[in-house]
Design a protein around this ligand. Structure first.
Ligand code: ADP
Ligand code: MG
Length: 700
C-alpha cells in the first residue's frame, strides 16, 4: 500500500460523508485514512464466548447471547415509557429494555429472527439487558471480527451523534476493504526476525480485528515497540548528531580559578558522587561538542558546588557562565551562596531578576557585553533578548521542572556557538521517564548525600493532635532549632487557602507569643522586597518559625531548620511533599517532617502519606508518583510531545521501552546514517518522520 493513498481525506471513505467527517476531525483529530488506521482501541471485549441464558449469573459482566425476540411491548411507569422485548434462547428467556429510540427499534427490530446480543446484564426478578448491542446472526457471521471486540476512544458528542463504537468498527472494516489491508513495513527484516515481531500488516489487522487474545498480544507488542523505537531513534539520533555537528566551546584547560578554588576555598571534601559527576561534566566541556547534560540529584545532595566548579572551568577558559533559577528567592539564594563561596576570589558575579532596578540593569548589560562580568545569576529575566553576553560558555538551569524545553533552547540563541548546557533537577525522574523525556540529554546522577546527614524522620499526624505537635515544636525551638510551617496554596481555591494561611498564622502567633518567639511569614501576595526581608530574618536566625506557602518549595537552604510541618498534606503531590521535606535535614541535627491531615483521606492520599513516611529516597518516591499519577501529570512533562503516545504506556511498557532503546542505539551505532540496505525501511520511515510532527503520520 502506498503511503500516499493513506493520506486520502477521511471524507472519501465510504460511509463517512461530510457530517461524520467533520465530527471525526473535531472529536478525534482524524483527517485521513491513516489517522483512522491509527485510532487504536482502548480495550477489547471478549466475544469469543457465547452464553446461554440459563448460564447467566448475577455476577456476570458483559455477555454475548444468541436468541430471538419473540415479543415487544411498551411499558409505562411514572410517566416514563420504556420498550421491553422478550428474548429467548433454547434454555430460557430474559428481557431487553430501551429507554430511548423506541421508534427506531420498533421499526428495525426483526421478530423471531436469530440475533447476537451483547451487553451488561442486570438482575431483578430475572435477567435483563438495557440497550443491548444487536446484530442479526447472519451479519455477525459475515463480519470481519470474530473474537476480541475493540472498544475505540470516543467522546460524548460522537456517541450522541450516532458515531457509536459499532459505526467506527464498520468504518474500520471499510478502510481495510479499500486498502486491501496491506501496509508498508517500517521495521527491518533483521529486527522483525530477531525480536520475532509480527509484520506490520498483520499487526494492524489484529489490533483492529483480533482473531484471538494471543494474536492481539503480539500485535500490541509489535506496535508498541515500533512507537517507542522511533521515539528513541529520534532522540538518540539527535543526541549523536548534536555531538557531531553542534560544536561547543572546548574548555581545554583546567586553570587558575578552578584549581585555586579546589585547593584553597572548597569548604568540605567532595563526595564520591560529586567528583564523578564533575568528571563527566569536564569531559563533556573539554570536547569540541556542545554539552547537553541533565544533572539529577536529590534535594541536599550538593548540586550547587558542582554548578559552581563547572562555571569556574568556563571562566578558566575565558568564557562567561550563567545560572538560571525558577524563582526570585532561589536566584537570590544561589547568588548569596555563590558570592560567599567566591568571597576571596577574583571572580565577578551579579544578580539579575525581574526586580533589578533599571539603572543597575543597564550597568549589568554593559558589563556582560564587554566581558567584565564572569557569572550572571538570575531568573527568567536572564533569557530576555536584551541580555547579551560577550561570550557565554556555560548555561546552568536549576530545577528543570519549572522550565520548558522551549526556554532551554532559548539559551542556544544567545551566541553564535551554543553554550554548554547543564540542567539541574532535584525532582528525581524515574529512569523510564528520563529515557523518554530527556533521551537527547546525557544524564549524570548524584546518588550520595554528603556525610553525616541523619535521615529525616517523617510522621503523619491528624489535626486533632495539633497540641502535641506544638509542644514538640516548642522543644525543638528550645534546643535552638528553626521550624517551617507550610500551607497549601492552590490557584483554584486561592482565596480560601489564603484565609487558611492567615488563620494558621494567627493561631501560631497565639501559641508562640512574642517576645520569646519570632515568626516570619512569606506568601505569594507579598511584594518581593517584603518576602526577601522575611526570608532573610529566618535565614539569619532572627525568627524561629517560618510560616509560608509553597513559595519556599525549591532550593532554600537554612541548615539550622530541623522541623518541617506540612498542613493539609493530603492536598500536596508526592514530589512536592518530597521537595518540601528537603528543606530540612540540611544540618547535622536530627530533622523531622510532620504531615498534618484531617481524618478523611482518599486512597491515593493515604498511599502518598505512607510513601513519605516509609522512605527518603527521591527516586523511589518518583516511581510511586509515576504510578499514581501517570506520566502526563508529572511536573514538567506536560509540554513534552513525547508523551502523547498512541499505544505504548510509559509506566506499564517499561520492558518494551528498554528493548526499543537498546535496539535504537544498536541500529544507530552500527549504521549512524541508516545508509545500509538492510536499514532502508527504517531510513525511509525516519525521513518521513522528519517531515511530519506526529510519529504515527509516517509509521504506516
Ligand atoms: P542541592 O543539591 O539540593 O542543591 P545544595 O547544593 O544546596 O544541595 O547542598 C546542600 C547542603 O549540603 C549545603 O549546605 C552544602 O553546603 C552542603 N554540601 C554540599 N556538598 C557537600 C559535601 N561534599 N560535604 C558536606 N556538605 C556538603
Ligand atoms: Mg539546589
Amino acid at each position: 500500500m502506498k503511503t500516499n493513498f493513506l493520506q486520502t481525506p477521511i471524507d472519501y471513505l465510504k460511509g463517512v460523508g461530510p457530517g461524520r467527517a467533520d465530527l471525526l476531525r473535531q472529536e478525534l483529530g482524524i483527517h485521513t485514512y491513516q489517522d483512522l488506521l491509527n485510532l487504536f482501541p482502548n480495550r477489547y471485549l471478549d466475544r469469543t464466548r457465547y452464553y446461554k441464558i440459563s448460564e447467566l449469573q448475577r455476577s456476570t459482566a458483559e455477555v454475548q447471547i444468541v436468541g430471538k425476540v419473540t415479543h415487544l411491548k411498551t411499558v409505562e411507569h411514572k410517566n416514563k415509557k420504556r420498550l421491553v422485548a422478550t428474548f429467548r434462547d433454547e434454555t430460557g428467556e430474559m428481557e431487553l429494555v430501551w429507554f430511548r429510540a423506541h421508534k427506531w427499534i420498533r421499526e428495525s427490530l426483526k421478530i423471531n429472527r436469530p440475533y447476537v446480543i451483547f451487553g451488561k446484564t442486570n438482575w431483578f426478578n430475572g435477567f435483563s439487558m438495557a440497550h443491548p448491542e444487536m446484530e442479526l446472526l447472519e451479519e455477525h457471521k459475515r463480519g470481519l471480527q470474530a473474537g476480541m471486540q475493540p472498544v475505540y476512544p470516543s467522546t460524548e458528542k460522537l456517541s450522541n451523534k450516532g458515531i457509536t463504537n459499532r459505526v467506527v468498527n464498520k468504518l474500520m472494516q471499510q478502510l481495510f476493504r479499500e486498502t486491501g489491508g496491506r501496509f508498508f513495513e517500517t521495521l527491518s527484516a533483521e529486527l522483525l526476525d530477531e525480536l520475532k515481531l509480527m509484520p506490520k500488516s498483520e499487526a494492524l489487522i489484529n489490533i483492529h480485528f483480533p482473531k484471538n487474545a494471543e494474536k492481539l498480544a503480539k500485535a500490541q507488542y509489535r506496535l508498541k515497540f515500533e512507537e517507542l523505537f522511533y521515539i528513541q531513534l529520534q532522540l538518540i539520533a539527535r543526541n549523536m548528531s548534536n555531538k557531531k555537528k553542534i560544536k561547543g566551546h572546548p574548555f581545554e584547560s583546567v586553570g587558575k580559578f578552578f584549581t585555586e578554588f579546589y585547593n584553597d576555598h572548597l569548604p568540605f571534601n567532595l563526595t564520591g558522587a560529586q567528583k564523578r559527576v564533575l568528571k563527566e561534566i569536564r569531559n563533556d566541556m573539554g570536547s569540541p561538542a556542545q554539552m547537553n547534560r541533565l544533572l539529577q540529584g536529590d534535594v541536599g545532595s550538593g548540586k550547587t558546588i558542582v554548578a559552581l566548579m563547572s562555571m569556574l572551568l568556563a571562566i578558566d577558559n575565558q568564557y562567561q557562565a550563567c545560572l538560571v533559577a525558577p524563582t526570585e528567592i532561589l536566584a537570590q539564594q544561589h547568588y548569596n551562596g555563590l558570592k560567599e563561596l567566591l568571597a576571596n576570589m577574583e571572580v565577578s558575579i551579579r544578580l539579575l531578576t525581574g526586580s533589578t532596578p533599571r539603572s543597575e540593569r543597564n550597568e549589568l548589560h554593559q558589563m556582560l557585553e564587554n566581558g567584565e562580568l564572569d557569572i550572571l545569576v538570575g531568573t527568567h529575566a536572564v533569557l530576555e533578548d536584551k541580555v547579551k553576553f560577550n561570550n557565554l560558555g556555560l548555561a546552568i538551569i536549576d530545577e528543570q521542572h519549572r522550565f520548558g524545553v522551549a526556554q532551554r533552547s532559548k539559551l542556544w540563541h544567545k551566541n553564535t556557538l551554543p553554550p554548554h548546557i547543564l540542567v539541574m533537577t532535584a525532582t528525581p525522574i524515574p529512569r523510564t521517564l528520563a529515557m523518554s523525556l530527556y533521551g537527547d540529554l546525557d544524564i549524570s546522577v548524584i546518588d550520595e548525600l554528603p556525610p553525616g546527614r541523619k535521615p529525616i524522620r517523617t510522621v503523619h499526624r491528624y489535626d486533632n493532635n495539633r497540641l502535641k505537635v506544638f509542644a514538640f515544636i516548642r522543644d525543638e525551638i528550645k534546643k535552638g532549632r528553626q521550624v517551617y510551617m507550610v500551607y497549601p496554596l492552590i490557584e483554584e481555591s486561592e482565596k480560601l487557602d489564603y484565609k487558611d494561611l492567615m488563620d494558621g498564622y494567627e493561631s501560631i502567633e497565639r501559641e508562640f507569643p512574642k517576645p520569646d518567639y519570632q515568626i516570619s511569614i512569606v506568601h505569594g501576595r507579598m511584594k518581593a522586597e517584603d518576602k526577601d526581608y522575611e526570608m532573610d530574618r529566618f535565614v539569619r536566625g532572627e525568627t524561629q518559625i517560618m510560616v509560608a506557602t509553597t513559595v519556599i518549595e525549591v532550593g532554600v537552604n537554612v541548615p539550622n531548620a530541623s522541623v518541617m510541618v506540612i498542613e493539609s498534606a493530603e492536598r500536596f503531590g508526592l514530589s512536592q511533599l518530597h521537595q518540601l521535606r528537603g528543606r530540612v535535614g540540611r544540618g547535622a541535627e536530627q530533622s523531622f517532617c510532620i504531615l498534618m491531615t484531617g481524618h478523611k483521606l482518599s486512597n491515593d492520599s493515604k498511599t502518598r502519606l505512607e510513601t513519605m513516611c516509609a522512605t527518603n529516597d527521591g527516586f523511589e518516591i518518583a516511581e510511586v508518583d509515576l504510578k499514581l499519577r501517570g506520566p502526563g501529570d508529572l511536573m514538567g512533562t506536560q509540554q513534552s510531545g513525547v508523551l502523547n503516545l498512541k499505544i505504548a504506556d510509559i509506566v506499564k511498557d517499561n520492558d518494551i521501552l528498554k528493548a526499543a532503546r537498546y535496539y535504537a542505539i544498536k541500529t544507530l551505532k552500527e549504521d549512524p546514517g541508516l545508509k545500509e540496505e538492510k536499514n532502508a525501511r527504517i531510513r525511509h520511515t525516519y525521513q518521513q518522520m522528519a517531515k511530519h510532527k506526529n510519529i504515527w503520520n509516517y509509521i504506516s
